[in-house]
Design a protein around this ligand. Sequence first.
Ligand code: IMP
Ligand code: MG
Length: 179
Amino acid sequence: MTHPNIEKVLVSQEKLEKIVNSLAKQIEIDYNDKEFVMVGLLKGSIVFMADLMKKVNLDFTIDFMVASSYGSGTESSGKVKLLKDLEISPENKDILIVEDIVDSGNTLNFITNYLMTRGARSVKICTLCDKPARRKVPLTVDYCGTEIPDEFIVGYGLDYDEKYRNLPYIGVLKESVYA
Ligand code: IMP
Ligand code: MG
C-alpha cells in the first residue's frame, strides 16, 4: 500500500530494479580495467548504493562522505558543508560518486572539485535521479538513472525531514506535508 502522505508513485519498485541493473552494466563496462572506489553520499544514497554495488561484478572498494546543503526544508541553501570526509585518501584513485538526486548541482560540484583538489585521478558521478530543470551550476552527470520533473520526491533513500527513506518506491510528497 502507498504511504498516505504520498501524492503519487513516480518510480515503482520494478522500474527501480531495471534502472539499477542498467546503470550497473554501464559501470561494469567503463570500469572493467580500473580498481575504483565507489563513494556514497550519506544518507540519501544508501538504499540505491546497496542495490547497485551488488550488481557491479568487479573488484572495487567503498567509502562514504556526508555533505549538506539543505536544512530541514525542500530548498538547497547553496552553501555546501563537508560533515564527514573519506576514510581513504583520494590521491590517484578513480572515484565513482553515488548520489540519490542532483538538484541545483551545488553538492556534487563542491564534492567533485574537492576530490580533484585532493589529487583524485578521476571523479565520475552516478545519480539515481536528476532534476535538470533546477540546475544552478554546470555539472557533468556520467550515469543517470532517471530524470525527474520539478517536484519534491521521497523514498528509496530520499527523505523529507529525515523521514520516508524506507519507502521501496520513489513518490511525490503531498504538498500539505511541507506547506
Ligand atoms: P543539490 O546540491 O541542490 O544538487 O542537492 C542535492 C541534494 O539535495 C540531494 O542529495 C538530496 O539530499 C537533496 N534533494 C534535492 N532534491 C530533493 C528531493 O526532491 N527530495 C529529497 N531530497 C532532495
Ligand atoms: Mg543527499
